[in-house]
Design a protein. Structure first.
Length: 283
């Protein structure tokens, strides 16, 4: 039954309420980001203006200039890139092998392994912080990016394995059988046949793992004292005195580290959707 023809008033009322709900949710989600961007283009004294005066105040890029001229922010940005990229690469390599074994082979204890992986992925960071800190100090890796890379693997590898395993299960077995008939070894089958098919899932897990590693704060704060990643650098931003809080520079730095993530998500959004929904529907 076509509601638009039978009851046009109710039809347009429902559509109006739907678009109103979409508008309210959009404003609720985008307003904090909009205000952060606006603050990053305002001077420190503008923060004491009324909301309307603050919006209409003249813009300035001095906050961004000061942020990029800050040596601590430059080092933090470099360390964040190194740690996040290294953690993602290691996670994808190890996760791909693990997902291939869990998704293609049958062995005793397979379900238990998957349950353990799922349990580790939801384990709170604070629960393992003390033990990891003792291990990092004992191995002499304190204030070393290597300590952050391996500590980030605690939450990137389980997520990678879990997502890729679901994807590998959905790959038709005929592809693997055809490669084996042609004389390909299991490793050749994995690298030359399955990896190209797994590309949407690899992009999805890699990007989401990168976002988690890029935004991680607790381990970076605990395991480093000077070689810190950018979230810790932003949290420790200070002004000319102990009573000065440079909110404009803090917001500018936050925008600088957030925009690349937004661009990556927009560029790979189709891969993300296809990767997350892979294996959800069996045909």
């Amino acid at each position: 039954m076509n509601l638009q023809k039978t009851n046009p008033t109710l039809y347009y009322l429902q559509r109006g309420l739907f678009y109103l709900l979409v508008l309210v949710i959009s404003v609720y989600l985008l307003l904090p980001f909009f205000w952060a961007v606006l603050t990053s283009f305002r001077r420190s004294g503008d923060l004491f203006l009324s909301p309307m005066e603050f919006v209409m105040a003249p813009s300035t890029v001095s906050n961004y200039v000061q942020v990029f001229a800050n040596p601590s922010f430059q080092r933090g940005l470099l360390f964040s890139v190194i740690v996040a990229v290294a953690a993602v690469i290691i996670s994808l390599i190890l996760g791909s092998f693990a997902a291939y074994a869990l998704g293609r082979f049958r062995f005793k204890g397979k379900s238990m392994v998957l349950y353990i992986i799922l349990a580790v992925s939801v384990f709170p960071q604070i629960a393992v912080l003390g033990g990891l800190f003792t291990l990092v100090r004992a191995t002499g890796l304190y204030n070393n990016p290597i300590a952050l890379i391996f500590s980030y693997l605690i939450f990137t590898i389980p997520f990678t394995v879990w997502v890729l395993t679901s994807f590998v299960r959905d790959i038709p077995g005929e592809l693997e059988e055809a490669a084996l008939v042609d004389g390909a070894s299991p490793l050749q089958t994995l690298f030359k046949v399955l990896f190209p098919v797994m590309m949407p899932a690899l992009v999805t897990t890699g990007l989401l793992a990168f976002i988690n590693a890029w935004n991680e704060y607790l381990f970076a704060l605990t395991f480093t004292s000077s070689n810190r990643t950018v979230p810790v650098v932003i949290a420790n931003y200070s002004g000319a005195s102990q009573y000065d809080q440079p909110w404009g520079q803090i917001m500018a730095a936050s925008i600088v580290v957030t925009v690349p993530l937004i661009i990556l998500v927009l560029v790979f959004q189709r891969n993300i959707v296809s990767g997350l929904t892979a294996g959800a529907v069996k045909g």
